[in-house]
Design a protein around this ligand. Structure first.
Ligand SMILES: Cc1ncc(COP(=O)(O)O)c(C=O)c1O
Length: 382
């Protein structure tokens, strides 16, 4: 029986066109982009074409794009790279309570291992950042603000240009995790004004193992991986050419189809909101906005625990037994029984946070997937 896959924020299936584009880079075109011979040069050309394409798509210069193994590495590169650049000079980083663990664990490590001071800003109940609070948190010691563009559990979109405005003229770098935003909202990096932004290929129907960090010209950052001189001597290591070729195709497809993807996500979201309201009435709680303030492809719900006595783990198992794949939050935390740190951060108690589901649509979903999901959910709840 076909699986109804509604967990596209965890990872997307590889688009068949992406797979085709990758195959030559796993067979004949196996060259190392650092080699001077023809086989190597072909890989180098593909790599630089990808850089040009991605830069154009995201509103940056090719020289500002650095390939990484994905979003986690891009977040580590930006935050640790910037922190090491300021080591012994300034010591304060500001971030938010709803960041992905690739940001929160990284700043925690910098705090415990190197003594950096970290301020973690709370958001409102829908995951929105209060930029006045950000302004109040800034001190002489602040050198980095890391605020995510859209949240992987709630879908909420934060206008990170406000962080750039608040930090303006104070010699503070701004990093933004844009992993979930790519392909779901239009991004122009130069317009946002951030110094660093993180991206991942496997959220846009590309393969795992590729991603990118945008580093605005002259931003303060140390070399991240030592070894070779790849990525303009900032990230050593032979590039993952097959995955980067897949990333390239995924961006080419987005350039042509992003609008129709977004239309599809929005229609599915609207349909799901209405099906859930019809099916569950006031037993259902929407954990963030369901309009354009939130990504078109992510929705997060809980059940009112007074009327529905079921926890997320049981729900997930029962949905899985019925071939429906959704998640309880970020994939990295879904293996554990702990309620989502994001829902707790926006003020939910363990009980309500412990009955949440994240539903995320993708290019390959059909309207029927929504009906099937709601039908099975009703059977389980009843
Ligand atoms: C917001 C966000 N940041 C970072 C990551 C990590 O990206 P990757 O899986 O490419 O390491 C994810 C993945 O779920 C994410 O949703």
């Amino acid at each position: 029986m076909k699986t109804v896959y509604l967990d596209n924020a965890a990872t997307t299936p590889v688009d068949p066109r992406v797979k085709e584009a990758m195959l030559p880079w796993l067979t004949d075109n196996f060259g190392n982009p650092s080699s001077v011979h023809k086989t190597g040069r072909a890989a180098k050309v593909m790599l630089e074409d990808t850089r040009d394409l991605f830069a154009e798509f995201a509103g940056a210069k090719p020289s500002e794009i650095y390939f990484t193994s994905g979003g986690t590495e891009a977040n580590n590169f930006a935050i640790k790279g910037c922190a090491f650049n300021f080591l012994g000079k300034k010591n304060h980083i500001i971030t938010t309570s709803i960041e992905h663990s690739a940001v929160l664990d990284t700043v925690e490590y910098l705090k415990t291992r190197f003594g950096f001071k970290i301020t973690i800003l709370k958001t409102n109940k829908s995951g929105e950042i209060n930029y006045d609070e950000l302004n109040n948190a800034i001190s002489e010691e602040t050198f980095l603000v890391s605020v995510m563009h859209s949240n992987n559990e709630l879908g909420i979109i934060n206008d990170v240009r406000n962080a750039v405005v608040e930090t303006g003229g104070k010699n503070i770098a701004v990093h933004s995790d844009m992993v979930q935003s790519l392909g779901k909202v239009k991004i122009n990096l130069h317009d946002t004004g951030v110094n660093f932004a993180s991206f991942s290929s496997h959220k846009i129907y590309g393969p795992k193992g590729a991603g990118a960090l945008y580093i605005k010209k002259d931003s303060p950052v140390d070399k991240y991986i030592h070894g070779g001189k790849q990525e303009r001597d900032r990230r050593g290591g032979t590039e993952n050419t097959a995955s980067i070729a897949g990333f390239k195709k995924a961006i080419e497809i987005l350039s042509a189809e992003m609008e129709s993807d977004i239309k599809k996500y929005s229609e599915m979201k609207e349909k799901l909101v209405s099906e859930l309201k019809n099916g569950f009435g006031n037993k259902i709680i929407f954990n963030s906005y369901t309009d354009e303030r939130s990504l078109p492809n992510i929705m997060n719900i809980s059940f009112d625990r007074n009327s529905v006595k079921i926890d997320t783990d049981t729900l997930l198992i029962k949905l899985d037994m019925n071939n429906i794949a959704v998640s309880s939050g970020s994939a990295c935390t879904s293996g554990s029984v702990k309620p989502s740190h994001v829902l707790k951060a926006i003020g939910y108690d363990d009980n309500t946070a412990g009955s949440s589901l994240r539903i995320s649509f993708g290019r390959f979903n059909e309207e029927n997937d929504i009906y099937e999901f709601v039908k099975v959910l009703k059977e389980i709840i009843s």
